[in-house]
Design a protein around this ligand. Structure first.
Ligand SMILES: [Zn+2]
Length: 444
């Protein structure tokens, strides 16, 4: 079930990438005024870029460039050759528009089909696709990839949880695609209905579109009866299918680097970083037609590893996304990603991976509160009013647990945080879209 390109020996892969990159730099120089100007500004001619080792000579492409050239200013082909447009909605200002030629859509389907295979899916399996359909790339990207592989696709999209539950029970899908937080929501619903995971028949889950951790993986695997893997992507590069964890290892996601060349650079200096070092993930398109980007600054924080993978795929792996460079909170001078809090909570029994981080500024100091749900089991032994830190009757067990979490956070992250225990099911759940686990109430 492998595409031979996924197992190409590293030297041959490198040769292919060098050739593709040379062609790509000439292509955008000739067709995209923005890139011609960028290269000229830096005194670079297309023939100066001979291999991927020359990439650091090129400037980064920031998201701002896409906004500045909204909607079609970065097109390398006449608009008539574009057969699909997607857009990611920014919370402020104009959307980021991405365009696809017929070959780009074929490429999108190909990398998504590869991702499905890596995740355990096979032709003939039934897919419950709960990614949102529409301008967002998630739904249609996975849809075309699954059809290319020969799966049976149920394009249910996000939301309307009761209908999703019914369809899963009636159709018995083997594979599900959704955000990790929505997979948690579905798992809880089945639990409430008293339906055991092995009654569902689900085997594999491709989860993505938001950062997640091993704690959430364990939760989803247990409640849905699946082996879940990470599916990564972003619309500017293609959508989902930029990288995918292999079911054999489930440690790191293989980047389909015969199409998307990755680098990791320092968030401040922009200097390239070595394997294993955390920094900003950068991608250069090697094969896109409609809107290729050179050294695109994703803002996602992770690391790369070239260590051989037992699955036999030779493509480089990226670690889990720590967060987005712009999601990083600076609390009293210390950098904090919400996933760090999640990792700490994962090591503590009696709490479940549903949490919220609330940041407030009281007088001049930033204060952080972590709200975390206790397990059903623990809740049965506690009275609800004893959970709050301010309660005089605070239960000794609850107090011990709070102290344990506080200490673990202080010793791993280096910050004092207020910890509040809340009853199961009280923290807002995902409705199918992306979930924000951080509430920053500071006014800058
Ligand atoms: Zn692998």
């Amino acid at each position: 079930m492998y595409n031979q390109l996924e197992r190409l020996p590293r030297e041959q892969l490198r040769e292919l990438q060098n050739k593709q990159l040379q062609q790509m730099v000439s292509y955008v120089y000739e067709r995209v005024p923005f890139y011609r100007a960028q290269l000229e500004l830096n005194g670079i001619l297309p023939e100066d870029i001979r291999s991927v080792a020359d990439l650091p000579r090129l400037p980064f492409t920031r998201k701002q460039a896409l906004k500045d050239h909204y909607p079609f200013g970065l097109l390398a082909v006449p608009r008539e050759q574009v057969i699909r447009i997607h857009a990611s909605s920014g919370t402020t200002g104009k959307a980021t528009v991405v365009c696809y030629t017929r070959n780009d859509i074929e490429l999108f389907s190909e990398v998504m089909a590869r991702s499905f295979i890596a995740a355990g899916a096979r032709p003939g399996m039934l897919l419950h696709n709960a990614y949102g359909y529409g301008l967002f790339t998630g739904g249609l990207g996975t849809h075309y990839g699954a059809e290319k592989l020969g799966m049976t696709v149920v394009p249910v999209s996000g939301g309307m949880t009761q209908r999703q539950i019914t369809l899963i029970l009636d159709f018995k899908p083997e594979v599900i695609c959704c955000t990790p937080s929505y997979a948690q929501t579905l798992g809880e619903e089945f639990k409430k209905l008293g339906i055991a995971p092995d009654e569902l028949g689900l085997k594999y889950a491709l989860l993505g579109a938001e950062p997640w951790t091993e704690a959430i993986r364990a939760d989803v695997d247990a409640n849905l009866g699946v082996r879940s893997t990470n599916l990564y992507g972003l619309s500017e590069i293609i959508g989902p299918g930029v990288s995918q964890e292999c079911i054999e290892e489930r440690v790191g996601s293989h980047i389909w680097e015969d199409h998307f060349y990755p680098e990791i650079v320092d968030a401040k200096s922009g200097e390239p970083l070595a394997d294993g070092q955390e920094g900003v993930l950068i991608f250069t398109h090697l094969t896109r037609e409609a809107m290729p980007l050179l050294r695109y600054w994703t803002g996602d924080i992770t690391y790369l590893t070239h260590e051989p993978c037992p699955c036999g795929r030779t493509h480089v792996k990226m670690g889990p996304i720590r967060g987005r460079a712009d999601d990083m909170l600076i609390i009293r001078g210390i950098n904090l990603y919400p996933t760090q809090v999640e990792e700490v909570l994962m090591g503590i029994p009696d709490v479940v991976p549903h949490y919220q981080v609330i940041v407030e500024r009281k007088s001049t100091l930033d204060e952080v509160e972590v709200k975390v749900e206790v397990t059903e089991d623990l809740m049965r032994t506690l009275a609800q009013e004893t959970l709050s830190e301010d309660s005089i009757e605070a239960d000794a067990q609850a107090r011990t647990l709070r102290n344990q979490i506080q200490y673990a956070i202080k010793s791993t992250i280096g910050l004092n945080m207020k910890v509040s225990l809340v009853p199961p099911g009280t923290i807002p759940r995902s409705e199918g879209g992306k979930l924000r686990r951080v509430v920053d109430m500071r006014i800058f």
